[in-house]
Design a protein around this ligand. Structure first.
Ligand code: ATP
Ligand code: MG
Length: 457
């Protein structure tokens, strides 16, 4: 009988480098297993994000055996072993103390028993270990839960969420990524302890929330709402769920509509965050007219102010915050709503920017998909027109910004334009001409125009 009662029939393909690390540790008298997410994902036929290894060797012992290692979290037992420029986290079997604000528990105790290490892990599907000698070590019936598509805590759910409240959000995140249901008892504990997510750092919340919203089943965000999770980590989403839209364009409340829009943009971080917040200000600007119809005037502009505040609170990077905010501000622009006019589209590309216009179009399309049929019919032809014009602009390098003018600030100075802000003004006036008549964007034609403009400055 094997030490951990592993299932030797179970075969998993592990990468050569992982096998090498396990072999080296075993050949030196230690135990070592691939563990956690990589085992789960391989069984599910998903590509693992990374391969983690758990071992009976102490960190110093691991370091002695490999040429290149990094002290990633040595006080928690983790050493990164570098093999062919790829890092593998090798962590000593451990029993965790209380978790604090960060990714690691306050104190850890090393142990020589794999099962003790598996016990500290959050869910049964994440608490399996594998190596070729022992087979699959599955002390908490993770395989059964994988087969039944269930997220279940290892041990007592309330106790486990009490140790680290982030696990509450992780449960929903895994359920969204894998399309699994959450076990009943685990769900009860989630509902009870959701308020304790308040103690978790924004960085940890953001990581899990981002994985949730870029996942296939991001509609589980509604599960998070129903369980009282978003109330703590994203109360703005609760406001959206509670904001009805009595207009002919909509058939969902703002929150449900938001989910539809998110589902219809690509699974890309920027697009999903942008879609999540595109209507975030609707609850704030909602009005009701004499006919009982709702209006949300100014919600895009207001949203472009509110969304960055939320994203900063979630400690998101500045580039994403800035781009998302620009997209939110323009998401309701309809440059062809008053007729099909190429100049209006050039002006729209100028205003929104060539760098993000494709993102804007993607968002507008997804926004249509989240509306009632009435809303879709009304603007769809116009949307197609805008797309075609945009393609034309891109294919033919049509100028929509001062940077793309055939003459530069330097040319203007050579023509006698005074230095300083007048150069900018002259370029703006030239762009104005070119937006009206793109064929004027040649050096010769713009020189003629520039001379006139400089005289009038
Ligand atoms: P992903 O594919 O997103 O990386 P993962 O399951 O590998 O998913 P990680 O956050 O990388 O998740 O964690 C690796 C493993 O460590 C998990 O599978 C789980 O066994 C354990 N683990 C991670 N975070 C926690 C936690 N907060 N509480 C308990 N165990 C955890
Ligand atoms: Mg992982």
């Amino acid at each position: 009988m094997s030490k951990y009662n592993g299932n030797r029939e179970f075969k998993i393909n592990i990468p050569g480098s992982v096998k090498l690390i396990i072999d080296v540790l075993e050949n030196n008298g230690y135990e070592a297993f691939a563990v956690g997410g990589c085992v789960r994902d391989t069984i599910l036929d998903r590509e693992p994000q990374d391969w983690d290894i758990t071992t009976s060797a102490l960190p110093e012992q691991v370091k002695e055996l490999f040429n290149r290692t990094l002290d990633t979290g040595i006080q928690h037992g983790t050493v990164t072993v570098m093999i062919k420029h790829v890092g593998y986290e090798v962590t000593t079997y451990r029993i965790d103390g209380e978790y604090n604000d960060n990714r690691h528990p306050e104190s850890v105790e090393f142990t020589s028993n794999l099962i003790e290490d598996l016990k500290r892990r959050d869910f049964t599907i994440n608490a399996m270990a594998y190596n070729e000698r022992e087979g699959l070590v599955d002390a908490f019936d993770g395989i059964n839960d994988i087969n039944n598509k269930i997220i279940r805590c290892v041990g007592e759910p309330e106790e486990r969420f009490g140790e680290d409240a982030l696990r509450i959000l992780r449960a929903v995140r895994f359920s969204a990524q894998l399309g699994f249901d959450i076990d009943e008892k685990t769900m009860e504990a989630i509902k009870k302890l959701a308020p304790t997510l308040e103690n978790i750092s924004a960085e940890r919340i953001k990581t899990e929330l981002e994985k949730l919203i870029i996942s296939k089943n991001l509609c589980k965000l509604i599960t998070a709402y129903n369980a009282g999770i978003t109330k703590v980590i994203l109360p703005e989403f609760d406001a959206m769920m509670e904001c009805e839209q009595n207009t002919p364009y909509h058939m969902y409340n703002v929150g449900e509509h938001t989910i539809k829009v998110m589902e219809n943009v690509s699974a890309d971080k920027l697009m999903r965050w942008t879609a999540l917040f595109h209507d975030v200000a609707k609850p704030l600007v909602k009005t009701t007219d004499a006919n009982g119809r709702n209006h949300f005037k100014g919600h895009a502009l207001e949203g472009s102010r509110l969304a960055p505040q939320i994203m900063r609170r979630l400690k998101m990077d500045n580039k994403t915050i800035k781009t998302a905010s620009r997209l939110i501000e323009c998401h309701d622009d309809r440059p062809a709503s008053k007729g099909f006019n190429p100049e209006a589209i050039r002006r729209s590309v100028h205003k929104i920017g060539k760098d993000i216009y494709h993102n804007y179009l993607e968002l507008v399309y997804a926004d249509f998909m989240g509306k009632s049929k009435y809303g879709k019919d009304e603007g769809y032809d116009a949307y197609v027109y805008v797309c075609k014009q945009y393609e034309y602009i891109m294919e033919n390098n049509i100028c929509t910004s001062t940077k793309e003018l055939a003459i530069t600030g330097k040319d203007l100075i050579a023509l006698g334009c005074p230095l300083g802000e007048k150069i900018g003004r002259a370029l703006d006036e030239l762009l104005e001409i070119v937006l009206k008549e793109p064929e004027k964007n040649t050096k010769d034609k713009l020189y003629v125009e520039a001379e006139k403009i400089i005289k009038s400055l």
